[in-house]
Ligand binder design. Structure first.
Ligand code: 13P
Length: 255
């Protein structure tokens, strides 16, 4: 059975104290309100990682993630942070390939495949993001784009390594815009992704892969999105900065 996951991506928001305060609210609410075997992941800026990891100890549902790493192990790479370093601070997950990093920091498929390798080498879980732009959707090229992102970013992995990857479908046109993909649009792409995994690996691995949806997800639209057959949770931006909204999205999976 694949895991149900709701991951928050704080992006470059919150100063140190604000992040610690938000996280303490999330942990407290999760303790009282989250009932089920869903996993909650909070991907904070690097500056919060170690403090919130300490606060998460004993919180069964909650794990910590980073939003990026560099692919080299160590050395003269001023300003970069390695997978080993985020692991030592308590991260268990790392978001990779987010469209904001692809667009603003020119991360291409080749670089991302090396980052995937670096993260897996440290036994961390990559949350690998894929998705098309508005122009690519309107010109009906979205399946080709997603296929290429999968092929170049993660399909080089052998079966056992691929089994540790979480995918996140984030249509670029739905990120931060309030324009959510409809449940049917999201399901169509998630089913396509699962089918591509079955073709590349096998049906069993495809069935076991967690595929998250991201893009203007909120407590109102999450129930219908998460009820789709191939949607296993969400990667949440704006709504993860409000503890009430974030936990309400997590609670969609309460049993
Ligand atoms: P929003 O939820 O703010 O649209 O952001 C989605 C996202 O980019 C998560 O990684």
């Amino acid at each position: 059975m694949r895991k149900k996951i709701v991951a928050g991506n704080w992006k470059m928001n919150l100063d140190y104290q604000q992040g610690v305060t938000l996280f303490s609210e999330i942990v407290n609410m999760a303790k009282d309100e989250v009932m089920g075997d869903q996993q909650v992941v909070v991907c904070s800026p690097f500056i919060h990682l170690h403090s919130i990891f300490q606060m998460a100890k004993g919180a069964t549902h909650v794990a910590i993630g980073a939003q990026n790493v560099y692919f080299e192990d160590a050395g003269a790479y001023t300003g970069e942070v390695s997978a080993a370093q985020v692991k030592s601070a308590g991260a268990a997950y790392v978001i990779l390939g987010h469209s904001e990093r692809r667009a603003y920091f020119h991360e291409d498929d080749h670089m991302l495949s090396k980052k995937v390798d670096a993260v897996l080498k440290q036994e961390l879980t990559p949350i690998f993001c894929i998705g098309e732009t508005q122009e690519e959707r309107e010109s009906d090229r979205y399946f080709d784009i997603i296929k290429k992102q999968l092929k170049n970013g993660v399909f080089h992995l052998p079966n056992d390594a691929f089994g540790h990857v979480i995918l996140a479908y984030e249509p670029v046109w739905a990120i931060g815009t309030g324009l959510t993909a409809s449940p049917e649009q999201a399901q169509e792409v998630h089913a396509f992704i699962r089918n591509e995994i079955a073709n590349q690996y096998n049906a069993h691995i495809a069935e076991d892969t967690t595929i998250l949806y991201g893009g203007s997800c909120n407590p109102k639209n999450a129930p219908e999105l998460f009820s789709q057959t191939d949607i296993d949770g969400g990667l949440i931006g704006g709504a993860s900065l409000k503890s009430r909204d974030f936990i309400d999205i997590v609670k969609v999976f309460n049993s």
